[in-house]
Design a protein around this ligand. Structure first.
Ligand SMILES: NC(=O)c1ccc[n+]([C@@H]2O[C@H](COP(=O)([O-])OP(=O)(O)OC[C@H]3O[C@@H](n4cnc5c(N)ncnc54)[C@H](OP(=O)(O)O)[C@@H]3O)[C@@H](O)[C@H]2O)c1
Length: 434
C-alpha cells in the first residue's frame, strides 16, 4: 500500500501555469520554428534529444503512455533522424505519424528560445549537460516554461541554480533536474520513507543502492566530464552554499560519512558522493514534513568486504584516469554516443534502493525497486515527470526545484502505476519507546 498525503502540498489546477493558447496545432511533417509570441503554446510537451539512446526510449514510452489529446512534439538538430524516430512511434500508435518535428540545436540559443516559447514543458536528454545543457535552461527560465532533464552532474545543477533560479522564480518556470535513475528513486524514496514516520521529530534516513546494468555512450561521456572537473565543481558548490538562504528554524544535513555496516539490511554501505544526497537535502529543506532535524546518508550496498574494497579501488581509478585527457579520451572511445545496452541486456538489469528511516520511537524499512535503472526506468521517469508537469495538479513551486518538492505524491503515484515498486518492508518500535 502506498500513502501519498503530504503536508504542505496543495492542489493546483491543470494548465494553471501556462494556459494553452488557441494557437494553431496544425501538424506539419517538419517545422523549422519561427519566432512566436511567448504566450503562444501549441504544445504541452516537447522532447528534445529524441534521436539519442535514452531520448529514443523516452519517445517510445511517451508513444505508449501519453494520454489522448496530449499535444507533444519531438525536437532535435537532425530532421532526417527525427523523422526516423517518428516512423518508429507511428508503429506504436498510428496517430503519432503526425507528430510535429521541431528544429533546435543545443549550441544555437535562438533556436532554444523559439523551442521554449512553443510549449508548456520541455524534457531534454541532450547531454552531457555540462557541455550542452545551459542554453536550454536559460531559454526555459526566460519563457516561464517547465524544464525536466536527466542531469546527474552536480556542477551543472549548481551553475543552473546560481544563474537561472531567480529568473525562473520570476517567470514561474519549474527547473527540475535529475528526473532519471539519478536521482528520482532516491528523492521520492526518501520522501516516501519520511511519510511512514511521525511528524515534527528528528528523522534519520540512510539509503542503500543495489543495481545491475550497463551504461550508454552518453552516460559515460557525462560521467567522465563530471569527474574530470573537481575544482570547478567545488567552486560552484561553494558559491551555491553562499547564495542559498538558510533553512529557517530547521536543521538539514546530508554528510558523506564513512562506510557503515547496516544490521537492519545485513549489508555494508559505501558512501557515494553523487548528486542524490544533495537533492534529498534540498527536498528536506523545502518540505517541512521532513521534520525539525533531518539527516540523509547515501550508500552503495555491498554484501562482502572484498567487493567493497574492489568497488572503492575501481571508482578511484576511474576518477584518477578521468583527470588525464588522453586516458579520458581513450575511456570515452569505448562507448560511442547514441549507443547503449541491448533490449535483452536491459531486460536482465534491475535496481533496488532500500531505506532505513529512523524516528525517536520507531524504525521503518522501505524499498523502491524496478527494472533496468539507467535506461528503461530512466525513460519512464523522465516521460512521467514531463507528463506530470504538463497535466497534474501540483504544489505551487518555481525556480530550481526537486522532484519531491515539485511533483512528490503525483509522480510517485504515476511511477507506481507504471510498475515501479514503492514498498514498506517492515516497521518496528525502538527499545525505550512507549
Ligand atoms: N540520470 C540518469 O539516470 C541518466 C540515464 C541515462 C542517460 N542520462 C544522461 O542523458 C544524456 C543522454 O544520454 P544518451 O546515452 O541518451 O546519449 P546519446 O545517445 O549520445 O544522445 C545524445 C542526444 O543529444 C543530441 N545532441 C547532441 N548534441 C546536440 C546539439 N548540439 N543539439 C541538439 N541535440 C544534440 C543527440 O542528437 P543527434 O542524434 O543529432 O546526435 C542525441 O539525441 C547524458 O547526459 C546521460 O548522462 C542520465
Amino acid at each position: 500500500m502506498i500513502r501519498t498525503r503530504f503536508s504542505g502540498h496543495k492542489g493546483k489546477g491543470v494548465h494553471a501555469r501556462n494556459p494553452p493558447s488557441a494557437a494553431s496545432t496544425e501538424r506539419r511533417p517538419w517545422t523549422t520554428l519561427g519566432a512566436m509570441a511567448d504566450e503562444s503554446r501549441p504544445h504541452d510537451l516537447i522532447l528534445f534529444g529524441a534521436t539519442g539512446f535514452t531520448g529514443g526510449l523516452t519517445a517510445e514510452y511517451l508513444a505508449r503512455h501519453a494520454p489522448p489529446g496530449c499535444r507533444w512534439a519531438l525536437a532535435g538538430r537532425d530532421p532526417g533522424r527525427l523523422a526516423d524516430v517518428r516512423d518508429r512511434l507511428a508503429a506504436v500508435r498510428r496517430e503519432w505519424g503526425d507528430l510535429p518535428l521541431l528544429a533546435a540545436d543545443a549550441t544555437d540559443p535562438a533556436s532554444l528560445h523559439r523551442l521554449a516559447g512553443q510549449t508548456r514543458v520541455v524534457a531534454t536528454t541532450v547531454g552531457p549537460y555540462l557541455r550542452y545543457g545551459e542554453p536550454l535552461v536559460a531559454a526555459c527560465a526566460a519563457a516561464g516554461t517547465d524544464y525536466a532533464d536527466l542531469a546527474g552532474e552536480p556542477e551543472f545543477v549548481d551553475r543552473v541554480y546560481l544563474r537561472h533560479h531567480e529568473r525562473a522564480r520570476a517567470t514561474g518556470a519549474r527547473l527540475v533536474h535529475a528526473c532519471g535513475f539519478d536521482c528520482t528513486p532516491f528523492d521520492l524514496g526518501v520522501r516516501f520513507t519520511v511519510e511512514q514516520l511521525p511528524e515534527d521529530v528528528p528523522l534519520r534516513v540512510d539509503g542503500f543502492l543495489r543495481a545491475a546494468g550497463r551504461i550508454s555512450g552518453g552516460t559515460l561521456a557525462s560521467a567522465l566530464g563530471a569527474v574530470s572537473r573537481p575544482l570547478p565543481a567545488a567552486r560552484a558548490a561553494r558559491a551555491r552554499r553562499g547564495a542559498e538562504p538558510p533553512v529557517p528554524g530547521r536543521r538539514v544535513r546530508a554528510p558523506l560519512g564513512a562506510p557503515v555496516r547496516s544490521g537492519a539490511l545485513r549489508t555494508w554501505g559505501l558512501p557515494i558522493p553523487t548528486l542524490e544526497s544533495r537533492v534529498v537535502a534540498r527536498s528536506a529543506a523545502a518540505l517541512p514534513r521532513y521534520g525539525p532535524d533531518f539527516r540523509y546518508r547515501h550508500y552503495a550496498a555491498v554484501r562482502r568486504l572484498p567487493v567493497a574494497a574492489g568497488t572503492v579501488l575501481g571508482a578511484g581509478a576511474f576518477a584518477a584516469a578521468a583527470q588525464v585527457p588522453p586516458l579520458r579520451r581513450l575511456m570515452a572511445s569505448r562507448l560511442a554516443p547514441g549507443t547503449g545496452p541491448s533490449e535483452e541486456r536491459r531486460a536482465r538489469s534491475w535496481f533496488s534502493a532500500r531505506f532505513v528511516g529512523t524516528a525517536p520511537d520507531r524504525r521503518v524499512l522501505t524499498e523502491v525497486s524496478g527494472g533496468d535503472p539507467a535506461y528503461d526506468e530512466t525513460a519512464k521517469i523522465l516521460a512521467e515527470a514531463a507528463l506530470c508537469l504538463a497535466h497534474d495538479p501540483l504544489p505551487e513551486t518555481s525556480g530550481q526545484v526537486t522532484t519531491a518538492q515539485a511533483m512528490g505524491g503525483a509522480l510517485t503515484e504515476r511511477l507506481v502505476a507504471a510498475g515501479m515498486g514503492f514498498r514498506v518492508r517492515s516497521t518496528s518500535a525502538l527499545p525505550g519507546s512507549p
